[in-house]
Design a protein. Structure first.
Ligand SMILES: [Zn+2]
Length: 259
């Protein structure tokens, strides 16, 4: 059993599944992926992602997030309200995000990103649902804002920072999610960080369609590949991929339950 804590289902090219979501859903079940959280980056994706969640059944549970990615236009980020987020919650909405700070592509909209990030945190606290944090080239500002807003319920997604960052996030109560990056040859430093983390606080994700794990590098990433992320962490922890799949699924249960 595997839980893909972060995937962008609406960005997938489904040509090899005859352009039908049925094909991907069958392949996910085949790969023992029993749960996936489909992530929203902008509000006009809401209906298409909600349609994916409506395909959930006894063997595959698909939930979603509601939120605005920090790379959205500054005017969109600057004007988002808690109500924009809370009014979109329904019973398949598991989290808010992905939000956070990203100064890599554009550091000219820090204030707008910070406003949006804080607004997502407030909505998360009000709805008692976790937040999904994206951080890139914004190490200190991300930690400062998480601390200032007492953000204690959520995920640092696609984690690539150092142990000091992970420790501060864990101390707040957040979970650390690893993507296919942890499987890359060049990622020994990241695996060394992972090895120091408590097993009951880690999650796995594909971030598909990006960042396909070894041995699928260069291909479009899919939720069906999340067992490969588990396999990379399995080597780090001396466990089997199945054990990592079970542990990270149990962790995701606790995350959703707010524990
Ligand atoms: Zn993402």
């Amino acid at each position: 059993m595997f839980t893909d804590s972060h995937c962008h289902l609406t960005y997938l090219n489904l040509e090899h599944y005859d352009d039908a979501c049925d094909g991907l859903i069958a392949a996910m079940k085949q790969a023992q992926v029993s749960r996936a959280m489909a992530i929203m980056c902008q509000f006009d994706e809401f209906d298409d992602i909600a349609a994916w969640t409506s395909r959930s059944d006894d063997t595959l549970n698909i939930g979603m997030s509601v939120g605005l990615h920090p790379c959205q236009p500054a005017e969109v980020l600057a004007s988002v309200t808690e109500e924009d987020l809370l009014s979109r919650v329904h019973d398949k909405v598991w989290a808010f995000g992905e939000t956070g700070l990203d100064y890599h592509w554009d550091d000219g909209k820090k204030a707008a990103q910070k406003h949006s990030f804080a607004t997502h945190i407030h909505a998360s606290q009000q709805a008692k649902k976790p937040i999904i944090v994206h951080t890139r080239s914004a190490y200190h500002d991300t930690l400062d804002l998480l601390m200032a807003e007492r953000c204690e319920h959520g995920i640092i997604h696609c984690f690539t920072e150092d142990y000091a960052f992970a420790k501060r996030a864990l101390d707040l109560g957040l979970y650390i999610s690893f993507s296919g990056i942890v499987s890359f040859n060049k990622s020994q430093a990241l695996r060394d960080v992972a090895a120091k983390l408590p097993l009951d606080r880690i999650l796995i994700e594909t971030d598909s369609p990006y960042l396909a794990p070894v041995p699928k590098r260069g291909k479009q990433n899919e939720p069906t590949f999340v067992p490969h992320v588990a396999a990379a962490l399995a080597k780090v922890f001396g466990k089997s991929a199945e054990e990592i799949g079970q542990i990270t699924s149990d962790n995701f249960d606790r995350l959703l339950a707010g524990k």
